[in-house]
Structure formats: structure tokens, C-alpha cells
Design a protein around this ligand. Structure first.
Ligand SMILES: Cc1ncc(COP(=O)(O)O)c(C=O)c1O
Length: 436
């Protein structure tokens, strides 16, 4: 470990006076107007004009029939997953989840909110390895998973860091096996994908689709999320579940379990104020990704990849991955890590520590779900087959594990759309000095 400020490799580099964030909210003023409007008209509740308006605007933007505004992306994912379970296996008893006794194939390199709802609904997540082309679910591994568990009927798939996954291939596999798809587009609002020759938005690619307005997302409400669908019955069901499943009786009457998951009209006001700036935010994030790509081109690293023919990401987070032979030693425990420097090499640990020392925020690549202590006993399927228990004391080689490899060699760079080119150049310079 290094004291970067006194390390001669970093001589002459000044710390940022104001922290450069990974991805922080960017307000424009319109947000205040719609929040004030909600307060002035006393719609300080989970009903109001802001909610109605943002539902309409998002549905128009992504090109779906119905958007249901909810308290969080996680709430949207929970209700989407529950709906999928009910469609596949019928209504559950009030004290049981809809996926009880059933496996669900899940993206592995993602935030745990994508896949925790499978557990909320008593299902068993089976993790599908990642592919190098887009850092998303590997279709080959998914196909393999159906050979192990042919009865599986649900797939939860996320688009990591705003880069669309291979949904055309995944949809083809799902259809062949009669499976439904929950799409987690929390990180990818505004990203587009060429599906069967037609450009469509992420958030329309699954049977049940979700987005997030968390504070770090491409646009934010401080919190909030949405369920997106073309199916009126599904939209109505999610609307009902999100408002405590109240029936049309003069008293509180309930025929099914409910949740308090509806979006607040205040939060919807912030989202409403952000909507006109979505395209601008995407342009800024793209410029950041491209500036990193150019600025780091002479180093033994590559940027997070995307399919240039079949997708246009929203470039939410810029990331890099270090070439295998340029990795300096870096080991991670459960909650701590140790790295050392070697000339001409570096590691995510060193780069993130260096960036932090100069007052900027990066982050490790999301740790794959199959490596998380909570899910360590769950199955993990790679393109080769069973991804568990492949190591051997006597024979070299432990099989491929793409997610673990990207986690080991990758990191998320400061990607805030308020970062100036000069600030970004300083971060690029710090990364260069890491490899000195
Ligand atoms: C991939 C992914 N899924 C789900 C979520 C959960 O969204 P929320 O924070 O709005 O609940 C997030 C981020 O927060 C995410 O990055």
C-alpha cells in the first residue's frame, strides 16, 4: 500500500478540491418547479399530476403502452418477478412466494437488487456466467443451464453499466424453452438495442420490464422506479399490489397480499424535471467514455465493451479492465484487500486507492452474485457447464469464470456528468502514473 501524496510517481498531481463522484445527481432547476407545484397544490402524496405525467413521458420515451411509477427500481423488480411467478405457477398463499420450489436463471454480474426478488418470492436463483463482449449474461451459458435444469421457466437479465446485453440471443433461447424474461434496465434507461432488425429501447425487451431513478442513475428522482409493459392487465395488477392491494369496498378489504410501493408525487416531480435532460446526460456520459478510451489507449487496459452494430449504450458508467499480463498482485478477502505495485503494472486496488487519494470516486466492478456469501450455495453455470467445484488439488486448471475475471481485473471510473474535461484528464494522468 502506498502513500500516494508522497510517492514520487505522483509528484505534481494536486488533489481535487471538490470531490469528483462516480455518478451523482445532476439537477437543472425544473425539478424544483415540479416539486414546488406538488406542494402548492397539496398533492403531497402517492397520487398527483407529476406521477401521471412521468408515467406518460416514460412510456412514450421507451415505446411501451404502460408505465407504473413505484418507490424504487427494487420495488419494480419485486413486483415484476412476483407477476412472472404468478403467471407461471399460479397465485401463492399469502405466506408463500410465487416461485417456491422453482429455479430462476439470473444475471451474475449485476447489483443484488436485480436478483434478490427471486428470494423474496421463495425461488432459487441459478447464476449464469457473464460474457466478455458486453459484460452481460452469456447466452451460451444460459443454453447450458437449460440442459441442467430443463424445467426452468424464468430468466432475470440486467444490462450492466448501461450496456445492452445480448437480448436477441437470450430471447431466442427463452422462447425455445418456453421461459419468460424479467428485464432489469435500472442502469440502462435510454440505451438502445437492435432487436430482429428494429431499434428498440432497453426496458421493452423482457416480458416484465423495470427501470430505476436511484440517485446515481442517468436521471433521478432521488429514488423511484417503474414497471414497464404493453399488457394492461399486468400494469393494473402492479398498480394494485403497489397500493396495498386494496379492493373496491368502503372499508379496507384485501384479497391478496399488498405492498406500499407507489411512487410519491414529490419524487415524481424531480423525475419530471429530469426528463428533458435525459438525452443531454447520455451525450455527456458518452463523451466521458470516449475521452477515457482515447486517454487510456496507450496503457495495457481496455474500456468496458459494447456491440457497436447492435447497441447504443447510455454510457452510465465508464469502466476499464487491465490486461492479464499487466496485473500487479492484488488479493481480496471478504471485506479487505491487499495489493502491491510492480513497475509497468497496476491493479484495480491500486488505481481505486490512487483515485481516492486525490479525492475522486471509482468503484470495483460489481462482485458477481455467485461469489457473494449469501448465494455461495446456489448453482452457477458457465459456458463450459457447472461452474462450481471445478478446482482440483492434482490437476491444473479450474475452468472459466468470466464474471470473476472481470471483477478481478476491472474497475468503474469516475463517470459523473459534471466532471470537467480538465478533471477527467487529471484522473487519466493518475491512472498513467499507477502503471509507471
Ligand atoms: C442493476 C440494478 N438493478 C436494480 C437496482 C435497484 O434500483 P433501486 O435503487 O431504484 O431500488 C439498481 C440500482 O440501484 C441496479 O443498478
Amino acid at each position: 500500500m502506498t502513500d500516494f501524496k508522497s510517492d514520487p510517481r505522483f509528484a505534481g498531481i494536486e488533489a481535487f478540491e471538490k470531490k469528483v463522484w462516480l455518478s451523482s445527481p445532476t439537477m437543472h432547476g425544473d425539478e424544483q418547479h415540479w416539486v414546488d407545484d406538488a406542494i402548492a397544490t397539496n398533492w403531497v402524496s402517492t397520487v398527483g399530476a407529476n406521477i401521471n405525467e412521468v408515467e406518460k413521458q416514460i412510456a412514450d420515451y421507451v415505446g411501451c403502452q404502460y408505465a407504473v411509477a413505484l418507490s424504487a427500481g427494487t420495488a419494480a423488480l419485486h413486483l415484476a418477478t412476483k407477476l412472472a411467478g404468478e403467471r407461471l405457477y399460479g397465485q401463492a398463499r399469502p405466506n408463500e412466494g410465487t416461485l417456491q420450489g422453482h429455479r430462476v436463471f439470473c444475471s451474475d454480474t449485476t447489483f443484488d437488487a436485480s436478483i434478490n426478488p427471486v428470494a423474496y418470492e421463495d425461488g432459487e436463483a441459478v447464476f449464469i456466467d457473464t460474457e466478455y463482449d458486453t459484460w452481460n449474461m452469456c447466452p451460451e451459458a444460459l443454453e447450458k443451464a437449460f440442459s441442467f435444469y430443463p424445467d426452468t421457466r424464468l430468466i432475470v437479465v440486467a444490462h450492466l453499466y448501461g450496456t445492452p446485453g445480448k437480448l436477441e440471443e437470450i430471447r431466442r433461447i427463452a422462447d425455445r424453452h418456453g421461459a419468460l424474461i424479467v428485464e432489469d434496465a435500472a442502469e440502462s434507461l435510454g440505451a438502445r438495442y437492435l432487436l430482429n432488425g428494429k431499434w428498440v429501447e432497453t426496458g421493452t425487451l423482457g416480458d416484465f420490464n423495470c427501470i430505476s431513478f436511484n440517485g446515481n442513475k442517468i436521471i433521478t428522482g432521488s429514488a423511484g422506479g417503474m414497471f414497464l409493459t404493453d399488457n394492461l392487465e399486468d400494469a393494473n395488477k402492479v398498480r394494485k399490489w403497489s397500493t396495498q392491494s386494496r379492493e373496491a369496498a368502503p372499508w379496507y378489504q384485501h384479497e391478496e397480499i399488498g405492498y406500499n410501493y407507489r411512487m410519491s408525487n414529490i419524487i415524481a416531480g424531480i423525475v419530471r424535471g429530469q426528463m428533458p435532460y435525459l438525452a443531454e446526460h447520455i451525450d455527456q456520459k458518452r463523451a466521458i467514455w470516449e475521452r477515457y478510451e482515447k486517454g487510456l489507449a496507450d496503457l495495457p487496459v481496455r474500456m468496458n465493451p459494447w456491440d457497436r452494430e447492435k447497441s447504443v449504450p447510455n454510457f452510465w458508467l465508464s469502466c476499464l479492465i487491465i490486461d492479464k499480463d499487466a496485473m500487479a498482485p492484488h488479493v481480496r478477502g471478504e471485506q479487505d484487500e491487499l495489493w502491491t505495485h510492480e513497475p509497468g503494472k497496476s491493479s484495480p486496488g491500486e488505481i481505486l486507492a490512487a483515485i481516492a487519494a486525490f479525492n475522486a470516486e471509482g468503484r470495483p466492478v460489481w462482485k458477481p452474485m455467485h461469489m457473494q456469501p449469501i448465494y455461495r450455495t446456489h448453482a452457477f453455470i458457465t459456458a463450459e457447464g457447472n461452474g462450481r467445484a471445478r478446482s482440483n488439488a492434482y490437476i491444473a486448471g479450474a475452468g472459466i469464470d468470466v464474471g470473476a475475471d472481470i471483477f478481478r481485473r476491472g474497475l468503474c471510473l469516475p463517470s459523473d456528468n459534471k466532471m470537467t474535461p480538465a478533471q477527467q484528464d487529471r484522473i487519466i494522468e493518475i491512472i498513467h502514473r499507477c502503471f509507471a
